[in-house]
Design a protein around this ligand. Structure first.
Ligand code: DP6
Length: 330
């Protein structure tokens, strides 16, 4: 029996990963930059044993079907290959989210699984190797190896595509992100399918790639200078450019709902009234508002005029991946 357990925090991309050039290895078309947050995390334990006859994946106490087990099975196979074993595994994963609004994330989930496999099979991976390993489960997971800001350098091979911490002199500790959780009644297109459809069909995809390259430089400069407005401007514009690619794909689609627009407009209004805040959005309708920590209560109160307390989650910078004690001794 080989046991391992790890905790990883969710990261939110400020400059988005949107598109793969290799779907097997999960090599991205563009580099991306994220902030790891403290409010959402996943704890995952894995046991490999000769006694198991199949891989099983329990998420929040429920045994998952084939579709939800796919990403997990892929990492398990890679871990087995690396360790030279063929034992099946049982994975228990628990998502810790402050509300019941379904904010489960593949970034924390697959990073925690990568960490748990690393411990269970004593793979002794360095941070870079762990980032590469997590990447093969879900692209965004490679950034959750680190706390604070991280850059996923796109590279051009399995060896060269991984995340690294971005030097910020702890500036992330002065920032906050408020999640505006919008009810999703729209038909869901996963980020994996959405980005692939966009790569293959969007008229704007090449322009997105050009813009992403410039945006990441601008964002890194803003972080180095601790310039909140410069960072806010570039992240909001980058998110809008990513979402524009979906409208120009065939068939066209959008992750936005009327409530997403309401939240975006609220951010514009608050900015016009002199508040420091900018939004970003991922492959879903929720809006995330970046602001200085010192202003976060004021901005939270302002958002509460439009959204209920259950819809708002205040987060701060989170830590990198951590190994946890397993209940069963090795
Ligand atoms: C819009 O990492 O979930 O959140 O690599 O296919 O598992 P796969 O996709 P995933 O995509 C995240 C897309 C995004 C932007 C980002 O996190 O950079």
């Amino acid at each position: 029996m080989h046991n391992g357990k790890a905790r990883a925090f969710t990261n939110i991309a400020l400059i988005k990963y949107w598109g793969k050039k290799d779907q097997q290895l999960i090599l991205p078309m563009n580099s991306s930059l994220s902030l790891t947050l403290d409010a959402f995390y996943t704890e995952t334990s894995v046991s490999f044993s000769k006694n198991y006859t199949e891989d099983l994946f329990y998420l929040d106490g429920r045994l998952q079907g084939e579709k939800n087990t796919q990403k997990v099975a892929r990492l398990l196979n890679l871990a087995r290959k690396q360790a030279g074993i063929n034992e099946h595994a049982v994975v228990y994963s628990q998502n810790f989210v402050p509300t019941a609004a379904g904010l489960a994330s593949s970034s924390s989930g697959l990073a925690a699984l990568a960490g748990a496999c690393n411990d269970a099979l004593e793979l002794n991976l360095s941070s870079t190797e762990l980032s590469r390993f997590a990447r093969k489960g879900s692209g965004s997971a490679c950034r959750s190896i680190y706390g604070g800001f991280a850059e996923w350098q796109k590279g051009d091979s399995d060896q060269t595509s991984y995340a690294l911490p971005v030097e910020s002199n702890h500036w992330e500790d002065d920032l906050a992100m408020i999640f505006v959780i919008v009810n999703d009644k729209a038909k869901k297109i996963s980020s994996r399918n959405g980005m692939q459809q966009t790569v293959e069909t969007s008229l704007y995809y090449n322009d997105w790639l050009k813009a992403a390259e410039t945006d990441i430089k601008t964002a890194k400069k803003a972080i180095a200078n601790q310039d909140f407005h410069a960072l806010g401007e570039v992240i909001e514009a980058n998110c809008l450019k990513m979402h524009a690619t979906t409208l120009a794909s065939t068939p066209p689609f959008s992750y936005w709902t009327p409530d997403s627009l309401k939240a975006m407009n609220k951010v514009y209004e608050m900015r016009q009234a002199g508040q420091n805040c900018y939004f970003t959005m991922d492959a879903g309708p929720n809006v995330k508002v970046l602001c200085p920590k010192k202003d976060s209560q004021k901005i939270y109160d302002e958002l509460q005029k439009e959204f209920s307390e259950q819809q708002l989650v205040l987060a701060h910078a989170g830590k990198g991946i951590e190994s946890l004690e397993t209940e069963v001794a090795k």
